[in-house]
Design a protein around this ligand. Structure first.
Ligand SMILES: [Zn+2]
Length: 412
């Protein structure tokens, strides 16, 4: 029997409608293709790439490993099958944009329009001051004028296509993997399996993390909680979500642990032989010095590696995700363990509290531990940690360190 997630829906909704939505999610989870909309089925038929035998095997391995991890933590495991995972080329992701509330759409379109207007002003200014030729000015201006008409779906693609590797959409109960990132081609044909495994692992963890929905006035559901992420209710005027950075840090931290177990499977033997060769080890060592990055954060390197200064070049080299956010999480666990050494014999036991919250959605324990260790307001501060700008993450790290030091001072 497949272990199904529990679907939770909050907000003003009748019991009947709630059951109807829960059934829809459950059906999309269990009999995925059958319960998608006709349009979605059409797009999948057209744009989905079929998975190789090895890829399907890897999905099964990752499913087992993540479920076992959940069981060991004492949370209910969930099974996800390869039918819920779709490989899509970047140029086609526009057909698979995650749904969102009307309010969020409007806000995003509005913000985007403001951004474009600002750009147009800059171009105008550049032209007046003689930095742009008449011809170039007209061309660039036209390009931006057209952008102004963009709708949510197009804006989402523009914003995300260079940032994302995959995304998990609880509404449709699917995971979309960007094929160009999931698959690195071998010279002799076929794809490397380790980069695929790591990406699938990351997304399957998101998929299995806690999920709750809230409904808007039209009773349309959208994300309310995901892992430790907290979204404002669908009816609230706010759109900003909290704990995005912490959520990714937890995902990647669990991922790193499971990755190191999974690579021992015989399906990866050949690729591991290269990664553990003297040549690969030396390369990784050199790169870690050049980029000032710990060696064990580089989990894969292409056997035809060609040096360039782009650490993010994903066909050459792969690193574990969200290094800076994980550093913050690591620091939190270290300090919490010191503060509560009677309750937690080691740092790993504190990590487990964060992992449990990620799967069961109960934030109270970690909120209390953070506040008692770093002082009032620190959990809120942690909630502001995001996923993109490293300088912002570092800034929050420093603030937490200051709070901790102040607290230690006052305890003396
Ligand atoms: Zn992620």
């Amino acid at each position: 029997m497949k272990k199904t997630p529990e679907f939770r829906i909050v907000g003003k909704i009748s019991k009947e409608k709630e059951e109807e939505l829960k059934n829809l999610f459950k059906n999309r989870f269990l009999n995925h293709y059958l319960f998608l909309t006709p349009e979605q089925k059409k797009f999948l038929e057209k744009y989905e790439l079929s998975k190789t035998k090895e890829e399907i095997k890897i999905i099964e391995l990752v499913n087992k490993a993540t479920s076992k991890f959940m069981k060991n933590l004492g949370v209910k495991p969930i099974d996800v099958s390869s039918q819920n995972i779709h490989l899509i080329e970047v140029k086609n992701i526009g057909y698979f944009v995650p749904p969102t509330s009307e309010k969020y759409k409007r806000d995003l379109e509005e913000n985007y329009k403001n951004y474009i207007n600002q750009k147009l002003k800059e171009i105008e200014e550049g032209f007046k001051q003689g930095f742009l030729s008449e011809e170039l000015y007209r061309e660039v201006k036209k390009k931006y004028e057209e952008k102004k008409e963009k709708k949510y779906e197009e804006i989402w693609v523009e914003k995300n296509k260079d940032l994302l590797a995959g995304y998990t959409d609880p509404y449709n109960q699917w995971i979309i993997l960007l094929a160009e990132i999931a698959r690195v081609q071998k010279r002799e044909g076929g794809f490397y399996l380790i980069p695929f495994m790591n990406l699938v692992l990351h997304e399957i963890l998101h998929f299995k993390s806690y999920a709750a929905f809230s409904v808007d006035q039209e009773l349309k559901p959208w994300s309310y909680r995901r892992g430790v992420r907290v979204f404002p209710p669908a009816t609230s005027p706010k759109i900003e979500a909290y704990f995005l950075g912490l959520d990714e840090a937890i995902t990647a931290e669990i991922g790193k642990r499971l990755f190191n177990q999974l690579i021992e499977n015989k399906i990866f033997t050949e690729e591991i032989r290269w990664l553990r060769s003297e040549k690969a080890k030396l390369l990784i060592k050199d790169l870690s010095i050049i980029f000032n990055f710990p060696e064990d954060e580089i989990f894969w390197i292409n056997e035809n590696y060609e040096f360039n200064f782009d650490l993010e070049n994903s066909n050459n080299i792969r690193i574990f995700e969200f290094y800076h956010q994980r550093k913050v999480l690591n620091y939190l666990c270290e300090e919490i363990q010191k503060e509560f050494s009677d309750q937690y014999p080691n740092k790993e036991a504190v990590f487990n509290e964060f992992f449990k919250a990620y799967f069961n959605g109960k934030l109270l324990t970690i909120a209390r531990l953070v506040e008692k260790t770093f002082g009032e307001g620190s959990f809120r501060l942690l909630g502001q940690m995001k996923t993109v700008l490293i300088s912002e993450v570092k800034n929050i790290f420093e603030k937490l360190q200051n709070l901790r030091n102040k607290r230690k001072e006052s305890q003396k």
